[in-house]
Design a protein around this ligand. Structure first.
Ligand code: ADP
Length: 755
């Protein structure tokens, strides 16, 4: 019994039933002559045999002067879709009086006649003063609920039904009785919820389009239209806008199950959307005259306007607040350099949205304000959306509808509004809302499978309307259109700021490069040009010391010697500076280089030092072939090996040159020694120019530029240098040659120079 699903109801073609209700007569007319093309079978009783009237002009079927009067009434009026009330057809000796409706749809005119039940009539003349009183009552109400209540009472007064309810649709299309006027002895339906399936989708769409439906007695036998289809093309007659169209048998059964006999409903449409219904039930047959219906339609329209006005008012105040908050945020983003700081603090939910928390995800970083799920959950949410949604802004009141595990992780937050900044990397703005626990009183258990009934494989509407309560815990308040719009415009704002930041970074980069070049050429020019006067100073000092030694006192000779020594020192410093600036300016040539050859060459250059300090050079395995500049690579190795030899006081001093292939790929080279080591505090400082850790002449003295040159070369190649070292134990300098540390990886036999 549960294999039949509700979509059977959703597919039922209720707008082309092929028949009408028993209290009515229908004529389908072809323009321009109003020739009768189809007629309900019962037309014969009123107008003569159907066989005779089909193919005749309406003026031949009905009194010609009546037809002429209607044509006059309709001059200048649109007949499309909305049925027009025409002057009723008075009773004759043989027939009762008929109320008449006419409209055009799908290219044909449809005329509906409804038997005027004079036993209970509310004529137009009577309706007016009554309506006037109603308007006074309605205009004195102060809330929407009160308005609905008064409107329900007024509608009931007009139509004399046992029960009139204002039924409001929720976001999920379920319905809720928000106002009710009923015969006192009846059970109250106020506050009850009805599942969305009680009114299937195509019925809701019909309700949206046509304002009113009436069935004076649901125990009627449908009257077929003859012929059932349009004669010229065989299409069924579309009765979407007909008031008297035969009701869906499923709906009839639904009403019967509730004990209803006469039913009327009026659609409350707000800005094109079906907001709710006046649902009117009577427990005995009952006709509603056109006059009363018009009055009810009028009240319905007033309610629609009232709702639209209230929604607009609420929305515009909130929209204004959101706009202010966005402007303030954008102003902070203009001046602030830190995106995350500008996006809010504990009390400042992003963009002033009515949420309990907000978050910004930028790849690995998560910035939050207020109550939010854990960072990993926010990341996972972003990742899930990147995978599963292409929408820029997406919202839900119940996260479990997106993904169950995410929903479990975000508990107790269930409402999520997300705005995508970019999909790669994971970049999103999020807002969160908690669930609102509320008690839903269902009219019958909405989950109870319905039983298959007399209508083939369709569903039989449920029979139990017994109160059934459900506590809803996983849904937040819905996200309003204004909030979704605010998220969208915040997204635009943040994206713009991010883009400006990127542009600025690029500008800074270009500027920085230019400054660096300027600095290099300044260092070069300064050191190059200073050497000349320095040479003059040193020459004169030597000249004084040598040629005028006899004329100088002992103290003067010492001072002259100091000038000479300082001059020489300065000359060395200038050489180092010149060398450094040359390294920064030289062109890099990249070609395959065998590092074994490079290391052998460096050892040759260091031959003098190696003879002074005998050191064991270890190369545990042949070095690779890499892409690079041989001269610059030689400079790197010469400096590192020279330091490893220099800063070593061990009797069994050794230097190891090797390479590693880390798990993350690429190639790391290293130069290791068992020398004096470097305290951690100096691990960064030693790369600064002219920074030495000891007395100038200790360990063979250096200018303090070697490591600066090494780092500058490696960073120009895209590589890096770092070290591990322990005082008194030794140091290892690791380095990579380019960003990806790619290497040719060809192994060679260890060079003969390795001892
Ligand atoms: P220098 O020309 O003085 O050698 P560097 O820039 O090459 O200048 O090195 C800076 C300082 O770092 C050195 O003065 C030395 O104190 C320290 N240093 C460099 N390499 C080592 C090493 N292998 N072991 C210990 N100290 C070192």
């Amino acid at each position: 019994m549960s294999t039949v699903d509700l979509s059977n109801c959703d597919r039922e073609p209720i707008h082309v039933p092929g028949s009408i209700q028993a209290h009515a007569v229908m004529l389908v007319l072809a323009e321009p002559d109003w020739t009768v093309t189809n007629a309900s079978e019962n037309a014969a009783a009123v107008f003569g045999s159907v066989g005779v009237i089909i193919g005749r002009g309406l003026h031949e079927v009905l009194p010609a002067e009546q037809v002429g009067r209607w044509r006059e009434e309709l001059t200048g009026q649109s007949l499309d879709q909305t049925p027009r009330y025409l002057t009723p057809l008075p009773a004759t000796a043989t027939t009762a009086a008929w109320e008449v409706l006419l409209h055009r749809h799908d290219g044909t005119l449809i005329m509906e006649f409804e038997r005027w039940d004079t036993g209970d009539m509310m004529g137009t003349a009577l309706a007016f003063p009554h309506l006037q009183r109603t308007l006074t009552v309605l205009s004195s109400t102060t809330s929407l609920v009160e308005f609905c209540q008064r409107a329900a009472e007024s509608v009931r007064a007009f139509i004399g039904f046992d029960r009139v309810m204002v039924y409001r649709f929720a976001e999920d299309d379920s319905g809720h009785v928000i106002a009710e006027s009923r015969r006192e002895d009846l059970e109250a339906y106020l506050g009850l919820h009805y599942p969305a399936s009680d009114i299937p989708a195509q019925a809701r769409e019909l309700f949206r389009r046509s304002p009113v439906r009436l069935n004076p007695d649901i125990h009627y036998t449908p009257v077929p239209l003859v012929p059932g289809l349009h004669a010229e093309d065989g299409r069924p007659v579309d009765m979407s806008y007909c008031v008297t169209r035969s009701m869906s048998p499923i709906h009839v059964e639904y009403l019967k199950n509730m004990g209803v006999v006469a039913s009327m409903s009026l659609s409350i449409v707000v800005q094109g959307r079906l907001w709710g219904l006046f649902a009117c039930h009577h427990y005995a047959p009952r006709y509603v005259t056109h006059g009363a219906r018009m009055a009810c339609e009028f009240i319905t329209q007033m309610l629609s306007l009232q709702v639209a006005d209230k929604e607009r008012g609420e929305q515009s105040a909130y929209t204004e607040r959101l706009n202010l908050a966005r402007t303030a945020l954008m102003a902070r983003l203009q001046v602030g350099t830190d995106l995350s700081a500008a996006l809010g603090g504990e009390t400042d939910i992003l963009g002033g949205l009515d949420a309990v928390g907000s978050a910004l995800v930028l790849d690995d970083a998560v910035y939050t304000a207020g109550r939010v799920p854990a960072d990993e959950t926010i990341q996972a949410l972003g990742a899930w959306l990147s995978e599963n949604s292409t929408e820029t802004v997406k919202a839900t009141t119940c996260l479990a509808r997106w993904e169950a595990t995410l929903a479990a992780a975000t508990m107790p937050l269930s409402g999520v509004l997300a705005a995508r900044l970019s999909r790669r990397p994971n970049a999103y703005l999020f807002w969160f809302r908690p669930p609102e626990a509320f008690l839903v009183k269902w009219a019958g258990d909405p989950r109870k499978p319905m039983e298959t009934g007399p209508h083939g494989d369709r569903l039989t509407p449920r029979k139990s309307f017994a109160l059934w309560q459900e506590e809803v815990r996983d849904r937040s308040r819905p996200w309003l259109g204004a909030e979704v719009e605010a998220a969208r415009s915040l997204r635009h704002g943040v994206l713009e700021v991010m883009m400006r930041r990127t542009e600025q970074l690029v500008r800074w980069q270009v500027e920085l490069e230019k400054r660096n070049q300027d600095l290099d050429s300044f260092a070069y020019i300064a050191s190059h040009d200073l050497k000349e006067p320095l040479r003059g100073l040193r020459n004169y000092a030597r000249y004084l010391g040598e040629d005028h030694a006899s004329e100088l006192t002992e103290e003067a000779r010492r001072k002259v010697a100091t000038i000479e020594r300082l001059g020489q020192r300065m000359d060395h410093l200038l050489d180092a500076l010149l060398h450094y600036s040359r390294m920064g300016r030289s062109e890099i040539e990249a070609k395959p280089v065998d590092l074994n050859t490079v290391v052998a060459h460096a050892q040759d250059l260091l031959i003098a030092r190696l003879e002074d300090h005998p050191v064991e050079i270890r190369i545990p395995r042949a070095l690779p072939v890499v892409e690079g500049d041989p001269a610059l690579l030689t400079e790197v190795f010469t400096n590192l090996i020279s330091n490893a030899v220099k800063y070593n006081d061990k009797p069994d001093a050794w230097v190891e040159i090797g390479w590693l292939q880390p798990a993350e790929g690429g190639c790391q080279l290293y130069v290791r020694d068992n020398g004096i080591g470097i305290a951690p505090a100096y691990h960064q400082m030693i790369f600064r120019i002219f920074k030495r850790l000891h007395e100038r002449d200790a360990f063979g003295g250096g200018a303090g530029a070697g490591l600066t040159v090494v780092r500058s070369i490696l960073s120009r190649m895209g590589g890096q240098i770092w070290l591990e070292s322990e005082l008194g134990v030794g140091s290892t300098f690791y380095f990579t040659l380019d960003a990806s540390s790619a290497y040719a990886g060809v192994e060679r036999a260890p060079p003969s120079s390795a001892r």
